[in-house]
Design a binder for this molecule. Structure first.
Ligand code: ATP
Ligand code: MG
Length: 291
């Protein structure tokens, strides 16, 4: 069964933009996984107050695949995205980005790596309200002191169906349109990997389906690597693979996820977490109940 057969199909009459031209992002990449985490640990704070956000995580993300990450609030999903993308540093372990160990990079190298290789899409869009859609899309390049490739910017906007909204400010755009602007901004630098942290969390179901359909097509038609955090089993069903996180660890790793399968897994995980918490409360000195 191909992964895309699990993704909901667009409703009749719904047009999806032509993403076939966005094929430059997959060009010129090395072999091997796009990103690999090796024994990755991230602690916030130290001693009794330490939060163990990532507990020895080992995972590889293949190129040209769409991976969803699910799990309870506070389980470490965003932390994983931030450490993988070089936005935050690891406490220990390694992150191989295109084969390069970014945990050895200094701040300047990390900034350049992020600027040139990473696209980020956030739940809250994170567009700058005083700038137009076009200026927002160009922002990663503007901040780097570079001029955007106008042809590429307009092709992205056309393919994402927002070309006629480019002169508008975010407040004049719908949520779905704002997220399309954010997708264009994430793609303007031809990133090797796109990270999306709950990209549909603030959208209605129709806009969500459009945004997820676009991410799916980016992967299918351009070979883009996409890693997406979501709380929504239906959104995870658009992906080729779904990873479930709990308490800083990967507890499930599923190929070709379905909505029903992921809902069941997440429910099972919630029950296990609640049971572990209850047994810890009953025997507080027995140590953490392993998941
Ligand atoms: N900057 C920080 N300082 C201290 N603790 C942090 C920080 N960022 C995250 N944490 C903690 O690390 C753990 C993992 O947080 P993270 O944001 O990765 O969770 P999440 O799975 O993304 O949750 P959500 O689904 O709510 O977004 C949580 O216990 C959180 O409180
Ligand atoms: Mg999060």
């Amino acid at each position: 069964m191909s992964a895309s057969t699990n993704a909901p199909t667009p409703t009749a009459g719904q047009t999806l933009p032509n993403l076939a031209s966005l094929n430059q992002s997959a060009a010129g990449m090395a072999n091997g996984p796009a990103i690999q985490a090796i024994d990755l640990v991230k602690d916030y704070g130290t001693g009794d107050f330490a939060v163990h956000a990532l507990r020895h995580v080992n995972v590889a993300f293949e190129r040209g695949r769409f991976t969803a990450i699910m799990g309870p609030s506070g389980s470490g999903k965003s932390t994983l995205m931030h450490v993988l993308s070089g936005l935050d540093c690891a406490t220990s372990g390694h992150v191989l980005f295109d084969g390069n160990d970014i945990t050895t990079f200094d701040d300047k190298q990390l900034t350049l790596m992020r600027r040139d290789n990473v696209g980020f899409i956030f739940q809250s869009f994170n567009l700058l309200p005083m700038f137009t859609a076009e200026q927002n899309i160009a922002m990663p390049l503007t901040l780097a002191g570079k001029k955007p490739d106008r042809q590429w910017l307009h092709r992205l906007a056309a393919d994402l169906g927002i070309e006629d909204r480019l002169s508008h400010r975010p407040a004049e755009l719908s949520g779905g349109q704002q997220q399309r602007v954010a997708i264009a901004r994430a793609l303007i630098t031809h990133p090797h990997v796109v990270f999306a942290d709950e990209p549909t969390g603030a959208l209605d179901s129709i806009s969500s389906a459009e945004v997820l359909g676009m991410l799916r097509r980016l992967v299918d038609e351009t070979g883009q690597t996409v890693i997406m955090v979501t709380h929504d089993a239906a959104a995870a069903a658009y992906a080729d693979r779904a990873i479930v996180f709990s308490d800083g660890r990967i507890v499930a790793d599923v190929d070709h996820p379905t909505e029903e399968g992921m809902s069941a897994l997440v429910m099972e995980q919630r029950r296990a977490t609640a049971q572990a918490a209850a047994s810890n409360a009953a025997a507080p000195n027995a140590g953490p109940a392993g998941l």
